[in-house]
Design a protein around this ligand. Structure first.
Ligand SMILES: [Zn+2]
Ligand SMILES: [Zn+2]
Length: 332
């Protein structure tokens, strides 16, 4: 499907600044008309409804852009039926804002190669919706430990030490709402964890129009296969919750800790990420901007000739430091 402007026939996209569907051609707001796919469904390609060019589809792509004319389209059967998203956080950071955030983060770093944030290069950045499962869990926690507190005082003859022993017992229950786990094979799990947190209270009921103007991927890992990752997060956070309540002791000897997570519900959600890929000396460097909060991730490629000079300087400094420490020890 695609969204067409009723006024001028142009391709309408979702505009994060205006929080509305906006026609980039005639500037009209909310004048979109949804045009459903009428072509016979071929899994790996589409014909662009605007210009007639063929559009290759990757296996999991659910929204993309025509490489010939730039029209944004949604792959109907990949956002319907079992693939209908329940929830979505629409993009809040616009492309211009995402560019600005990358500049702010990387402009001052040393050793970035020429062209890294040039307009021609950074303009290729695309917004992508990443598929997630959001798990609701109940967690039953049981914790036993022995803690000690030590008091010391003295008089003219003795120094006294008093050790008190405490039985620490914690029985807690907690509900965890919307624990996110990304459901994309292509997305690096660690990266997604680093892009968090999203503000999950801004999750909305999914609407197809939010995808217009962006790339998207349908889930390609099953909810069941991702359950262990959700459970591990619940256990980790439960453990942290208990630990927070045990404080003020000189020593704590844990006798028992049991955390039993129970899955209550699962939602399929799409979360927004800006992605910028920069190729330097044959290697792709990836940068991400959280499409809701603006958090920036990514390692700048290192420009080789300059780094050698830097390495030598650092080595020199380390040598001098070591020497100074040895001198100090001799004096002692
Ligand atoms: Zn228009
Ligand atoms: Zn086209």
């Amino acid at each position: 499907m695609l969204f067409r402007c009723k006024n001028c026939g142009g391709n309408i996209v979702y505009n994060p600044d205006k929080k509305a569907m906006c026609c980039p051609h005639c500037d009209s707001l909310d004048s979109e008309e949804k045009i459903e796919d009428s072509q016979a469904i071929v899994p790996s390609s589409r014909i662009c409804a605007s210009c007639g060019a063929p559009i290759e589809l990757k296996e999991h792509t659910s929204a993309t852009k025509c490489p010939s004319c730039g029209t944004y389209m949604v792959v109907d059967e990949r956002v319907q039926g079992q693939f209908t998203p329940h929830l979505i956080i629409p993009f809040k950071i616009s492309k211009d804002k995402a560019k600005e955030l990358l500049h702010k983060e990387f402009d001052k770093r040393p050793f970035t190669p020429m062209g890294f944030l040039s307009n021609a290069s950074i303009d290729k950045m695309e917004g992508t919706y990443v598929p997630f499962f959001m798990y609701d869990y109940k967690s039953d926690m049981n914790y036993r430990a022995v803690g000690t507190k030590v008091r010391t005082w003295s008089d003219s003859r003795y120094e006294y030490t008093e050790t008190s022993y405490y039985d620490i017992i914690r029985e807690m229950n907690a509900n965890f709402n919307k624990v996110p786990v990304d459901a994309s094979i292509e997305m690096d799990d660690k990266l997604m964890d680093l892009l968090e947190p999203y503000n999950y209270h801004e999750l909305e009921e999914h609407q197809d129009k939010y995808l217009s103007g962006f790339m998207a991927e349908k889930y390609n890992m099953g909810e069941k296969s991702l359950t262990p990752r959700a459970e591990a997060k619940v256990k980790r956070d439960s453990h942290a919750m208990i630990s927070e309540t045990v404080s003020g002791y000189a020593t704590v000897t844990q006798a028992q800790e049991s955390i039993v997570p129970t899955k209550l519900a699962v939602d399929y959600a799409l979360l927004p990420v800006w992605e910028y890929v920069f190729n330097y000396l044959g290697k792709d460097y990836k940068f991400q901007v959280n499409g809701q909060t603006g958090k920036v991730l990514g390692e700048t490629p290192v420009s080789k000739p300059r780094v050698v000079g830097y390495g030598v300087t650092v080595f020199g400094m380390i040598t001098i430091l070591g020497f100074l420490i040895r001198m100090a020890m001799l004096v002692l």
